[in-house]
Design a protein around this ligand. Sequence first.
Ligand code: ADE
Length: 269
Amino acid sequence: LQGTCEELNMGGLEDAGGTKSGNPTITSVMVVIAMEAEALPSVETLKLVEDDQSSVFPKGAPWKKYSGKMDSGLVVHIVVPGKDKILGVDSVGTVPSSLLTYAAGVALQPDLIINAGTAGAFQAKGATIGDVYIATEFAHHDRRIPIPVFDKYGIGTMEAIPMDALIKDLKLKHGKLSTGNSLDMTVQDEEHIKANDATVKDMEGAAVAYVADLLAIPMISLKAVTDIVDGTKPTVEEFLENMSTAASALSRTVPLVLEYVFGRTVSEL
Ligand code: ADE
């Protein structure tokens, strides 16, 4: 681990071969992860250190930031929305992850944002527990506004940046991701997820993609499968059972992706 917190916060300001405008080489990455249990194995693998976030986050926010510099020179920040102030559980869902991505993205100015976490997925689309998927497209399945054009706005389909080389070289599974604010899946949700042609179902991805686009920062989503949404096991049981398997899979894949992106431009991914 090298570098002071101040240096680490400057990932977006320095210019070592690339510039912030145009197509810079990637030298700093911010990884947004909703749950602590999803984040800590990666924090440990990458030897990141929780640092003083007072300069970056609003006073009193439960958000946490773990930072470090990899041997390659890549500056990495993992940010998590932390525990709900009243209930003490992880602040999952689109609202906390959007706010966190916005505030931390503005402050840290990373060259790339990765949203990593766990997800449900469809076995009919080839998914199995512990697979890590990279998202090729984002959409929402719980923003139903049946008025012309607002209907499309609600779904909010966004294409991911092309990552053919990354997918091929790291042999990653890939598929469309549909986001909603519920862990379970109603019949209506299922209809919309299928209309989105999604392989993977999560609670943050499309929101983080929206904010990254707003900030004009390229974004990648990496989701490890905890539960099969078209299987026979109850979702909650399967999710809890496979949480640590999926978090370990993430902690193996996130460093590989970080290594791969370092020194490349987005158009080389
Ligand atoms: N995260 C893990 N499993 C999920 C599911 N089935 N739906 C939404 N988010 C999830």
